[in-house]
Design a protein around this ligand. Structure first.
Ligand SMILES: [Zn+2]
Length: 337
């Protein structure tokens, strides 16, 4: 379903995350012409969040002095399981995304928010909705670390783990548009419980939350670590970032915790490498700032465990674009459909 028009108009892109709503006006040559951001405040519920998305769109239009008619489209990249075909943010007690925190107590069963049509109706322009990590995959493929590759997997490792799959230069969306839920790949069927209700998902073993929780657990059990100096008092203040700081300073517990998470990340990559035989795995998100501390052990696991022909073909690298990947990817997606 390629667009017939070859629009010279900008795309208004939104990156709707669990903590932040970023908005930008993106030119046809992928330059950011205007930008702004606001907090998501997810605990206030989806209606309030959607109100803030509309407010962000309004502010960008006013900042850039553009009417909705002067836009190619409005593209929303959102965290969570997205039905790209129907333009819905889907949510359920079995698949809690960012919206489920307040909704779980209010609604039993599936809840679909038709965000694409809500945007389209309000502004009268073409609109699209896709998963934020899928958007980042598109941006990294077109403009970032993956330029020139045909097949890649993008992984974002931060509070949770998301993913996007590029096959033959196109985003692989799957049947329902929700392909790439790499964070919920089962790594250890009897492992700890994940927010999705299953056990031993990659996300519960290798995300920033997992790193912080494992460090907290071991310190509460009485293990010694520099983390007790970095975060004096309550171990609950420990974050993945602080674990990384301690690891760089040579702290054994912190190094152990990160290499354990990196090992699980490597196991996830083994599965991806064996199934997709990609040229590249790109790791973005907050934890990618750990660089080799995270990627080194993961690469080692891939080398040891993946089918040699596949393992030999893949490069595992950090993302090339910063926080704008979701916005840029949303704009790229909008111009394709
Ligand atoms: Zn899960």
């Amino acid at each position: 379903m390629q667009k017939t028009k070859n629009s010279k108009l900008p795309v208004l892109a939104i990156d709707l995350g669990g903590t932040k709503i970023a908005a930008a006006l993106i030119s046809p040559d992928n330059r950011v012409m205007a930008r702004e951001h606001s907090p998501t405040l997810v605990a206030e519920g989806f209606q309030a969040v959607i109100g803030r998305v509309f407010a962000a769109i309004d502010r960008i239009l006013s900042q850039a002095n553009v009417d909705p008619a002067g836009l190619d489209s409005i593209a929303v990249a959102a965290a969570g399981a997205i039905d790209t075909n129907k333009g819905l943010i889907t949510s359920s007690p079995n698949l809690p995304g960012w919206l489920c925190v307040p909704l779980r107590n209010m609604v039993k069963g599936w809840l679909d928010i038709p965000l694409r049509n809500m945007v389209k109706k309000r502004y009268g322009v073409d609109s699209c909705l896709l998963n934020d990590a899928n958007a980042a995959a598109l941006a990294e493929h077109r403009l970032g670390a993956g330029r020139g590759t045909n097949n890649l997997i993008y992984l974002t490792v931060s509070t949770g783990i998301g993913g996007g799959i590029i096959v033959n230069n196109e985003l692989y969306s799957g049947t329902s548009g929700c392909a790439g839920e790499i964070g919920h790949m089962t790594i250890d069927a009897s492992g700890p419980e994940c927010s999705c209700g299953n056990r031993g998902c990659l996300e519960v073993l290798a995300s920033g939350t997992a790193v912080a929780n494992e460090a907290k657990r071991r310190i509460k059990e009485g293990e010694r670590s520099r983390l007790t100096d970095i975060v004096p008092g309550d171990p609950e203040g420990i974050t993945a970032e602080k674990v990384a700081t301690a690891a760089r300073e040579g702290d054994r517990l912190a190094m152990d915790v990160i290499s354990r998470a990196a090992g699980y990340l490597g196991v996830g990559m083994v599965n991806l490498v064996n199934i997709f035989n990609p040229e590249m795995i790109i790791v973005g998100g907050g934890l990618s700032k750990m660089g080799e501390l995270l990627l080194g052990p993961a690469r080692q696991v891939v080398k040891q465990r993946a089918v040699p022909l596949c393992a030999g073909a893949v490069r595992i690298v950090t993302a090339g674009l910063g926080d704008d990947a979701g916005l840029l990817g949303a704009a790229i997606y909008a111009r394709q459909f």
